[in-house]
Design a protein around this ligand. Structure first.
Ligand code: HMG
Ligand code: MG
Length: 297
């Protein structure tokens, strides 16, 4: 079986994880978590999002978080930006990489960003243009690539069309979000087989939620199909807004353990990572959502 020699992990816990936690953590705790993740060797960390604080109150302090992060470091700190207003906030904080986020399902697009898929693409075009003109890198996300909490199964042609549009506006990479975590290796394979007709594997990442316990199996399939960028969240932070008490994102500790087992390079110190996962789990007063984190208590 062919695997990539090296995988880039995009740590999304401080954003995707904390935005879904019931407990809102303070700025100092967020900054301490991000610094611990960086010290553990994670080179790309999604540190916050410049969205409406009315929509996502947990991310309200992202401006302060970014202003407190180390300025001269090899770590890339990224942020979500839904519109020009968000991009301007990101630029003011010195952010060097932003992400726009679309969906493959119409209902999810409306519920998440209050507009249709087509409207979101039109909104992102000038955002991407302005970001690139300011020398920022732009990443694209697609939510609900295989399943939607409102519509059920999602047509893979929808994700394919959105991925091509995001790359066309200048995103350097598209991260494929199994937002509800209903995907299995079979549906991920179908999706990737279609996408890889149009798009090289080097421009695709996977972002898998573990709601149904499929995330690691899905990662394995994606790795076998040449994907070498994987999003994950320390301590499996995040939960699922559509299923009370359900698991969150794929845990970074579990991903690192899998990659070690496969002999794939990733640059992360598992012991330091587990300590970071324990740190934030204690702050949130919740059980560590990583199986590896629990096994190594
Ligand atoms: P809207 O209400 O249609 O926006 O929301 P609007 O332009 O009409 O503005 C309404 C108010 O929001 C105004 O304030 C704006 O100033 C303010 P008011 O005049 O009422 O006082 N506003 C902002 N404030 C701060 N920063 C901004 C901003 N924009 C507007 N950037 C909007 C549209 C997109 C803003 C809203 O729907 C929103 O913020 N949505 C974000 C939802 C979100 O963050 N979801 C989670 C991230 S996506 C995700 O997690 C999936 C992912 O992980 C992949 C996966 O797993 O699938 C990436
Ligand atoms: Mg997510």
């Amino acid at each position: 079986m062919n695997y990539p020699k090296r995988v880039k992990i995009v740590e999304v816990g401080p954003r995707d994880g904390l935005q879904n936690e019931k407990t809102t953590v303070d700025i100092d705790t967020k900054v301490a978590l991000i610094n611990r993740l960086s010290e553990a060797g994670l080179s790309t960390i999604e540190a916050g999002s410049f969205v409406s604080p009315k929509w996502v109150p947990q991310m309200a302090g992202s401006d302060q978080v970014f202003s407190q992060l180390p300025k001269h470091t090899a770590t890339t700190y990224t942020a979500l930006t839904p519109n020009i207003q968000g991009l301007e906030r990101a630029i003011a904080c010195g952010v060097r990489e932003v992400a726009v986020f679309a969906a493959a399902s119409e209902s999810f697009s409306q519920k998440n960003i209050n507009c249709s898929i087509a409207e979101s693409i039109e909104r992102f075009k000038p955002l991407a243009e302005k970001a690139l003109a300011n020398d920022l890198r732009v990443r694209g996300y697609i939510s609900c690539v295989v399943g939607c909490p409102y519509e059920g199964t999602v047509d893979i042609e929808s994700a394919t069309a959105v991925a091509n549009q995001l790359l066309g506006m200048g995103c350097y990479e598209v991260s494929l979000g199994d937002t509800v975590g209903t995907g299995t290796p079979a549906t991920i394979e179908l999706l990737l087989n279609r996408l890889l007709v149009d798009i090289p594997a080097s421009k695709l990442a996977v972002h898998l939620h573990d709601t149904y316990g499929q995330a690691l199996a899905n990662v394995l399939r994606a790795l076998q199909m040449g994907i070498s960028v994987i999003d994950s969240s320390v301590a499996g932070l995040g939960g699922c807004p559509y299923a009370e008490g359900a698991s969150g994102n794929l845990a970074t500790e579990d991903l690192v353990y899998l990659l070690d087992g496969l002999g794939i390079d990733h640059g992360v110190d598992l012991t330091k990572l587990i300590a970071a996962g324990n740190f934030i789990s204690q702050k949130l007063n919740r059980i560590n959502g990583s199986k590896v984190g629990l096994a190594r208590q």
